[in-house]
Design a protein around this ligand. Structure first.
Ligand SMILES: C[S@@+](CC[C@H](N)C(=O)[O-])C[C@H]1O[C@@H](n2cnc3c(N)ncnc32)[C@H](O)[C@@H]1O
Length: 206
């Protein structure tokens, strides 16, 4: 946890959420699954609405928690493409989306997220990058290539529980440090890091 735990608890208690999201949170906690939680979820929903996004891609969707937040902000006819290694996660996600009448927006693809991205046509308004962290640096240009101009690349865990400030030989820490260097050095994007939960990297494509 990066921010003061009492402040985090206070903010979390202010958040309203869809009853299905509460169920998803209980499920995620019961199996100790790393989903991004309501503070970040609300930011995803805000960006979806601000951008009037119609086409969103997630790289690393788990059982659909983050995708559910995006789907709530999409218009009818909007699409969220989720990707994950696990067929079981796809089935769980489809169950939750369908119970919330959001199933028509969901396209859940099973396999490696970057390979699946290659199989999808066209550009996206928003890409959520929540894959294995060691993949982040090498995937940066590839993800950028699939965003429309003005589109957002949102990356989770870019502060990695605060470990990014340390010199470290851990490959995950090094990969995230490298990714953060890349997004701030690149002239192709305007980048910021929101220090909520585990840190959210937000890049706007110029
Ligand atoms: C941290 S969880 C996040 C889930 C989701 N974004 C959320 O917050 O609700 C990441 C998920 O992505 C999957 N994953 C990681 N790298 C992947 C890849 N390269 N291709 C497909 N799935 C991947 C993991 O197996 C896991 O289910």
């Amino acid at each position: 946890m990066i921010i003061n735990p009492q402040l985090e608890k206070y903010i979390l208690n202010l958040h309203k959420r869809h009853p299905i999201l509460k169920e998803m949170e209980e499920f995620g906690q019961s199996i100790n699954f790393p989903f991004l939680g309501p503070m970040v979820g609300t930011v995803l929903l805000q960006y979806t609405v601000i951008m009037q996004a119609k086409r969103i891609l997630e790289l690393g969707s788990g059982f659909g928690y983050s995708g559910f937040w995006f789907a709530m902000g999409l218009p009818d006819g909007g699409d969220i493409h989720c990707t994950d290694y696990s067929v079981k996660n796809k089935e769980i996600a489809e169950g939750y989306f369908s119970r919330a009448n959001l199933g028509h927006k969901l396209h859940f693809h099973v396999g490696d997220a970057l390979e699946l991205m290659d199989q999808l046509d066209g550009e996206f308004d928003i890409i959520l990058n929540d894959m294995q962290k060691t993949q982040y640096p090498s995937a940066f240009e590839k993800m950028l290539g699939r965003l429309r101009r003005g589109g957002l690349l949102i990356s989770d865990n870019v502060l990695w529980r605060g470990k990014v400030v340390e010199a470290s030989e851990d490959e995950t820490v090094s990969a995230i440090q490298e990714f953060n260097r890349l997004i701030f050095e690149s002239d192709a994007v305007i980048s910021s890091i929101l220090p909520i939960r585990d840190g959210i990297g937000v890049c706007v494509k110029r």
